[in-house]
Design a protein around this ligand. Structure first.
Ligand code: SME
Length: 161
């Protein structure tokens, strides 16, 4: 496994994701420990895309998410199903893109600096097993390109679940 990322941060966002995804897949290909893999993915996303907060919440019971590996400021440890953006993505089993967190009913403000976010689920045996949460300190910072490539990342992660 290579321990450095090959990444051109002057490229456009589509090219950045296209560079990144095969490297993320390679990063976790030789390891089966989920926490180790999620920790490296969070670090690689932070290092390359420079997200404000990026990390995972893991499904711990029928109705509760618990904080997993992340990079960024300290965060809420538990999120009930249906609460906030993460809890909504868990409940609905689909990506939720929020251009303005203040306009999202029930948004959980772990940090008042967070302005927009995208949350995506990964599935094991047809059920949500974890969500990826990416937060920005800018309004309207995520779009269909982020959704498209981060959903591909969730498929890569799902294959290791
Ligand atoms: N804003 C999220 C909570 C998690 S953090 O911001 C790290 C939400 O509403 O689900």
């Amino acid at each position: 496994m290579t321990e450095t990322l090959n990444f051109d941060n002057s490229a456009d966002k589509t090219s950045q994701y296209q560079q990144l995804l095969p490297q993320l897949e390679a990063l976790i290909s030789g390891e089966d420990d989920l926490i180790a893999n999620l920790a490296n993915i969070a670090a690689a996303l932070k290092q390359s895309m420079n997200f404000f907060w990026v990390g995972f919440y893991l499904v711990k019971s029928e109705d509760m998410l618990v904080l997993g590996p992340f990079q960024g400021p300290i965060a809420c440890t538990r999120i009930p199903k249906g609460r906030g953006v993460c809890g909504a993505a868990f409940e609905q089993g689909q990506t939720i893109l929020v251009p303005d967190v203040d306009a999202f009913p029930g948004h959980i403000a772990c940090s008042s600096d967070s302005k927009s976010e995208i949350v995506l689920p990964a599935f094991k045996d047809g059920k949500v097993a974890l969500v990826l949460d990416v937060d920005s300190d800018q309004l309207n910072d995520f779009d269909n390109t982020d959704q498209h490539y981060l959903e591909q990342l969730m498929e890569i992660i799902s294959r290791k679940l």
